[in-house]
Design a protein around this ligand. Structure first.
Ligand SMILES: *[C@@H]1O[C@H](CO)[C@@H](O)[C@H](O)[C@H]1NC(C)=O
Ligand SMILES: *[C@@H]1O[C@H](CO)[C@@H](O)[C@H](O)[C@H]1NC(C)=O
Length: 286
């Protein structure tokens, strides 16, 4: 018995440190490694072939490393709740699409690495909220964009404008166009701003899916055509109403004038003279 008590006390003396450490550290997602160094939690879920960002990443996470996975898109809720994030490494994935709202609540974000992915385009709006917050706090904000198959059209013009303006927010090195074909291999920063254009016909065809080449031509015409006769008809009716009102006023004035003169001439009662006027005017009108 005595030996056991001593043993228990010995265990209790040894155990507290790791026990408390576990209480302090929120649980780490299954395929991730969580390291808390000096109060800064780094969560690394790298090289595990993840196709989705784990949903149970601790909210205290400051650095999130997701490089070398199979992530294909970043949704608007993927970083929900991770408001403390300062850095996200998404490099070496297969990301094609990033939701415009994905980073909107990350007001402490300083840098995000999107290099070596499958991005063809990206909205400037994606970085608006964290960039504004960083500016306000006087922090630097940086986005890595290298080695993506960028499509250098009107939707990516904003990036070239940033480069032209010497904005040090978006990495320039190895950021090159993959398409259109005539710009393949050119660095985005070397392409003249006027070359970032979209073919208007292409977008038009996209919006008229499955229609013949002739239908898109007739469609807008039908729409505008149906609108114009309507407005013409409306003006015609207003003209008619006004003309009718003018005629009616003239009619009444004539009637009153006659009533006045006949009333004077006949000196009879008004009830007797009225039918006379009505027949008179009817004759005139006919
Ligand atoms: C470049 O920066 C100036 C000053 O900040 C700004 O007025 C201008 O609109 C910017 N140009 C582009 C193309 O972003
Ligand atoms: C651009 O050129 C590279 C080789 O330089 C090629 O692998 C790639 O398929 C080209 N992209 C397009 C869209 O033609």
């Amino acid at each position: 018995m005595g030996e056991r008590k001593v043993f228990l006390v010995f265990i209790l003396l040894l155990v507290p440190d790791p026990l408390f450490a576990q209480v302090d550290n929120p649980q780490c997602p299954k395929l991730c490694d969580c390291v808390d160094s000096h109060g800064e939690m780094t969560v690394t879920c790298g090289g595990e072939g993840l196709s989705q960002i784990p949903t149970d990443i601790p909210t205290s996470t400051i650095w999130l490393v997701l490089k070398y996975n199979n992530l294909a898109k970043i949704g608007s809720h993927d970083f929900k709740g991770l408001k403390q994030l300062k850095g996200i490494d998404l490099s070496h994935n297969k990301i094609k699409k990033i939701s415009r709202g994905a980073l909107r609540h990350l007001v402490h974000l300083d840098n995000i690495d999107l290099s070596d992915n499958a991005l063809q385009t990206l909205s400037e709006e994606t970085f608006a909220a964290p960039l504004a917050a960083a500016k306000q706090d006087g922090r630097r904000f940086f986005v890595f964009l290298a080695n993506n198959p960028w499509r250098c059209d009107c939707h990516l013009k904003w990036l070239a404008e940033k480069y032209a303006n010497d904005t040090i927010v978006y990495s320039e090195r190895l950021v090159s166009c993959d398409s259109p074909a005539n710009l393949n291999g050119s660095y985005v920063s070397d392409v003249p701003l006027s070359d970032f254009k979209c073919d208007p016909e292409v977008t038009f065809v996209e919006s008229e899916q499955g229609n013949d080449a002739t239908t898109p031509k007739t469609d807008p015409r039908v729409k505008t055509g149906s609108l114009k006769p309507l407005s013409k008809g409306a003006t015609i009716t207003t003209i008619c109403v006004v003309a009718f009102a003018v005629l009616a006023v003239l009619f009444i004035m004539v009637r009153i004038g006659r009533e006045y003169t006949t009333g004077r001439q006949d000196t009879g009662s008004e009830i007797e003279t009225r039918p006379m006027i009505l027949t008179d005017t009817r004759e005139v009108y006919m």
